[in-house]
Design a protein around this ligand. Structure first.
Ligand SMILES: Cc1cc2nc3c(=O)[nH]c(=O)nc-3n(C[C@H](O)[C@H](O)[C@H](O)COP(=O)(O)O)c2cc1C
Ligand code: SF4
Ligand code: SF4
Length: 379
């Protein structure tokens, strides 16, 4: 597992994530047995959705009775979830429970019974009419105040909280992400529908939450597109077969070992998210850097100081022969440059190590940008 931490540096619920690949829930299908069959190829799994109170359990029964869809049915959700968790006990897969509940109390009660060893994922995604009428799933995206109350209730039990949403339903996904951050959520799991990476980038630029991108991410190209626009993890549901998962796992593991930063952003001027400030030059010309600094309310001088302070004492401080006198301002390795490469050679630094250092710089930049929880903003 330390190898995996070297490659991806990912922790979820205080556990190392072996690979940034997750199984997303499918009601009636994705349970512990489903996950264990695929466990060698994934890092995280959200089993469920499981209904956790009478209203949602009745809704699940109604959906099954209509004959259209499968659901997990039981009389005692705690007993069922404990059974599922017991199956996963020795697995290296980080486990999340995708839960349908209609009140904050339903969620806090379940967390009191099941404890801290799982991630609690609020299903704010389901659009089955019976579930929405029961006051969960997509209902929460129309009533963000209720969703925030659920998140706060779970956080008061000291557990890790993910929220699964469908993009384009809330009045403003960026604002929703900021409100979730403000309410204490840890993870935002986004079904991007047809909005793609542009939507993901907007959300990445709005909050520091761990982001899981979802919807038709079934090829390495699509996976990398999501990683280069802000995803920390990608998830699959319908194509979560062993063949697809093992191919993606192998490809991203190889990429991380070769390149040093598995979810490196595109440069800002090529459509990258704000993590790409790590690759930006000094603010000396008209380019996307200046409007970005304005948007995040960071004066040019503060940006320069922040980068210089962060690289002080690290190999990135060097670079007399580079455009701005320090590797702090240098481009991504995918942009060819003999001056940067000459400096790296003199320092005995591989391109992979350079990218790792740029990753560290980006993490510091992100924590500086998002160091304060925002004041109350209404959705
Ligand atoms: C049959 C089926 C059941 C699903 N059940 C759930 C669920 O219970 N909770 C949830 O958050 N998402 C549920 N989803 C949504 C998936 O997790 C996922 O967001 C969606 O299928 C898009 O991802 P994909 O393209 O990888 O399948 C379900 C999807 C399908 C196809
Ligand atoms: S500062 Fe350089 S890398 Fe950043 S947006 Fe401008 S030209 Fe692109
Ligand atoms: S020296 Fe090369 S890598 Fe560094 S800023 Fe100039 S062009 Fe970019």
């Amino acid at each position: 597992m330390m190898d995996a931490f070297e490659s991806f540096g990912l922790l979820m619920n205080n556990r190392i994530v072996r690979t940034p690949l997750a199984i997303a829930s499918m009601a009636g299908t994705v349970d512990a047995a489903y996950v264990l069959e695929r466990a060698d190829h994934i890092g995280v799994a959200f089993i469920g959705g499981y209904s956790i109170d009478q209203r949602t359990m009745d809704a699940a029964k109604a959906i099954c009775a209509e004959g259209g869809r499968k659901e997990f049915l039981y009389e005692d959700p705690v007993e069922e979830l404990k059974k599922q968790m017991a199956h996963m006990k020795t697995s290296t897969v980080v486990l999340g429970l995708n839960l349908r509940g209609s009140t904050p109390d339903s969620f806090s009660t379940i967390a009191q019974s099941l404890g801290e060893n799982v991630v609690y994922e609020v299903d704010a995604h389901c659009r089955q009419p019976a579930m929405v009428a029961a006051g969960c799933g997509e209902h929460y995206l129309k009533k963000p105040g209720e969703l925030m109350a659920v998140v706060r209730a779970l956080k008061s039990e000291n557990v890790t909280v993910s929220v699964k949403i469908r993009a384009g339903i809330s009045a403003d996904d960026r604002l929703l992400a900021r409100k979730l951050w403000q309410s204490g959520a840890d993870i935002l799991h986004i079904d991007l529908m047809d909005f793609g990476s542009a939507k993901l980038r907007q959300i990445r630029n709005s909050c520091p939450l761990m982001l899981i991108a979802n919807n038709s991410i079934n090829t390495f190209e699509r996976m990398r597109e999501m990683f280069s626009h802000g995803a920390d993890v990608v998830s699959l549901a319908r194509k979560s077969d062993t063949h697809t998962l093992s191919g993606l796992d192998a490809a991203i593991t190889r990429y991380a070992r070769e390149e040093g930063w598995y979810n490196s952003p595109k440069q800002l001027c090529r459509g990258g998210d704000i993590r790409a400030l790590t690759f930006c030059c000094m603010p000396v010309k008209e380019c996307p850097l200046l409007p970005t600094l304005t948007r995040i309310d960071m004066p040019k001088e503060a940006y320069i100081q922040m980068k210089m302070d962060t690289v002080k004492g690290s190999p990135l401080e060097n670079g007399n022969q580079t455009c701005f006198g320090s590797l702090a301002w240098c481009c991504k390795t995918s942009s060819p440059c003999m001056f940067r490469d000459m400096t790296l050679k003199q320092l005995g630094l591989s391109k992979k190590e350079y990218m790792r250092l740029k990753h560290d710089l980006s993490d510091t930049i992100m924590s500086r940008i998002f160091h304060d929880v925002p004041p109350d903003e209404s959705c």
